[in-house]
Design a protein around this ligand. Structure first.
Ligand SMILES: [Zn+2]
Length: 595
């Protein structure tokens, strides 16, 4: 039976370009997962957008001397370009700076307030006398009061990963001018996490058997050790979503509170753009739907604790306030398969130090599939991993080119040359032919099981192992010699190998969509394996924003073994991948160290 699968992808902050660590942390695994589920015939909705608000954007705007909206729009445009070049198939990639997102976020706030899970309190906050304004947490840096790290941000420590209370930071300094701020009184709304704790613990315990250990450690483990406490969800800031309460001018919803609501608001916007304004309910008001959140490890508490708390706390009042549907409840996260970090040549990736491989820059010199291949084969699913340029060249040449690309190419080239561009008629297959086909066909279960469990590395390795088995079969059957003495036997071998390659193409396609589609066309299929990406401009009261969308493939049920028939016309093949010279690794390392 078809399942409804929501693929919720981390919202990139619109204050920086995207590097390979961001890509492998959340965006790429989400796309592989979405592509697989679409091929398997499930109803997929993959959504995200640019995180346009909050101090990460205002800090960048201040530094560049421009308005926050210009910063957001510039990076947003870059994201759209990268995601198309890399083939990240968002059904909707929008932004938090939309009228729809404002409305949905304010409705969640109102629902929480109605249900008694918000309270307001005066608190002290860092105030910069020089600028005459309160400093958001991100504008304050200092020493972490938990681990002693000297460059902790006000809201979070990058060293120990703890969420911090900015007021307790030791030796605080303003990020704007380095001056020492002072504590002053201001009033804010708090999310009453303490009152929601029993429900959150229950929510997590139900998922304990299948969540990743690193995610459980930072959610259930933290709660059982320290408990949950109220958390301020408004800020003294004018760039963002106004607090929907009278006499609260000049204050905004905290960017983390509203950005996670984007998973819901983007689904609603997608439904509106798709001319079926209720379609989002198939994922969001459906207890059978499966919702997956693809994020990096630095965002675990927000997705595994705070976002579920917002959804539980809003309860059925979101349905009452936002649209006339009392008695409905929003779907809670099914899984949060957060990844660890990817390092670069043994060091932590740092955008500000330019120790990074930037997505668009990489794609100006290399094809997208080799990048996707390396990042999945090396994905930090259970521990930090490292991007090593020698390893990149080696895996490209030994695995992608030698094991898979050459297999497809030599089988197709041989068939094209010896059977006049047609799939040969094999007559009766031999037992060795049947065996290799069964081996490959079993991959639809084994690779599919790994993909469903979000074990993408293992899934890719399994597909590569099967390609290796087909290589062995071919080496033993040696049709290149067989064709001279026994063309009928060679026809059986090549028919079998073409069928195996046709199946492997599907098994590889969630990982390597560009080369798989190329191979699909060479094998004579006229319809595409996948749909098409396109951009669209949307106008609302806040202005205009460009979104990335996806038009589904003609057939949504392709995760099954090849049904290739004798006589099908095939084209002259071209190599699927390029072999790289070993010098490439040195050149790229040099480029990196020059910054
Ligand atoms: Zn720390």
């Amino acid at each position: 039976m078809n399942k409804n699968v929501l693929v919720a992808v981390a919202w990139p902050y619109a204050n920086s370009d995207i590097h390979v660590g961001n890509i492998t942390g959340s965006y790429l695994p989400a796309d592989v997962f979405a592509r697989y589920h679409r091929l398997a015939g499930n109803n997929v909705l993959m959504v995200s957008g640019s995180d346009a608000h909050g101090t990460p954007v205002t800090v960048a705007a201040d530094a560049q001397g421009v308005a926050p909206i210009q910063v957001y729009q510039r990076y947003h445009a870059g994201f759209l370009e990268l995601f198309q070049k890399l083939g990240l198939t968002y059904d909707l990639f929008t932004s938090t700076h939309t009228q729809n997102h404002f409305k949905v976020s304010q409705a969640i706030f109102q629902a929480l307030r109605h249900n008694g899970f918000l309270y307001s309190e005066s608190e002290t906050q860092w105030f910069a006398p020089a600028q005459g304004r309160f400093l958001p947490d991100r504008y304050v840096e200092g020493t972490c009061y938990i681990c002693g790290f000297e460059n902790a941000r006000g809201d979070q420590c990058d060293n120990c990963g703890s969420l911090l209370d900015a007021r307790q930071i030791i030796d605080p300094r303003s990020k704007i001018d380095g001056t020492t701020p002072e504590l002053r009184e201001t009033e804010h709304f708090y999310l009453d996490l303490g009152a929601l704790e029993p429900a959150i613990v229950e929510f997590l315990q139900v998922r304990e058997s299948y969540w990743r250990p690193n995610v459980l450690r930072q959610s259930l483990g933290q709660i059982l050790a320290n408990g949950l406490h109220g958390r301020a969800i408004t800020r003294d800031l004018d760039w963002g979503i106004p607090v929907p309460v009278e006499n609260w001018q000049g204050k905004c919803l905290y960017v983390w509170f509203e950005a996670v609501i984007g998973y819901l608001s983007a689904a609603i916007e997608w439904a509106q753009l798709s001319k079926d304004s209720q379609a989002w309910e198939n994922w969001w008001l459906n207890s059978e739907s499966l919702t997956y959140y693809f994020i990096g490890k630095d965002n675990i508490p927000f997705h595994a604790v705070i976002w579920p708390a917002q959804l539980i706390g809003a309860g059925e009042w979101f349905g009452r306030l936002f649209f006339d549907r009392p008695g409905t409840r929003l779907t809670l996260p099914y899984d949060v398969p957060a990844n660890e970090f990817l390092n670069l040549e043994g060091q932590k990736i740092s955008g500000s130090r330019n120790w990074a491989i930037w997505g668009l820059d990489f794609l100006s010199r290399f094809d997208p599939d080799p990048l996707r291949y390396y990042l999945i084969a090396n994905m930090p699913e259970s521990k930090d991993t490292d991007w090593d340029w020698d390893d990149f060249v080696r895996r490209n040449n030994d695995e992608l080119v030698a094991t898979w690309g050459n297999l497809a190419n030599r089988v197709l080239a041989f068939a094209y040359k010896n059977w006049q561009g047609q799939v040969p008629d094999p007559g009766e297959l031999r037992s060795t032919d049947m065996e290799i086909l069964q081996t490959v066909e079993a991959g639809f279960t084994s690779v599919g099981d790994y993909l469903q469990a979000v074990r993408l590395r293992m899934a890719l390795l399994e597909a590569l192992r099967l390609a290796g088995e087909v290589n062995k079969y071919l080496d033993q059957a040696a049709p290149w010699f067989e064709v001279k003495t026994n063309k009928e036997g060679a026809a059986k071998t090549i028919f079998t190998a073409l069928k195996a390659v046709d199946s492997l193409k599907v098994l590889f396609s969630p990982f390597l969509p560009f080369s798989s589609q190329h191979l699909h066309a060479t094998l004579g299929y006229s319809q595409s394996l996948f749909g098409e990406q396109y951009t669209e401009s949307v106008v609302d009261d806040l202005g205009e924003h460009t979104v990335l969308r996806y038009k589904a493939a003609p057939s949504n049920d392709q995760w099954h073994p090849s049904q290739l028939q004798p006589g099908q016309t095939i084209s002259q093949p071209a190599p699927l991948f390029r072999k790289l010279e070993p010098e490439v690794a040195d050149q790229e390392r040099q480029r990196l160290s020059q910054g």
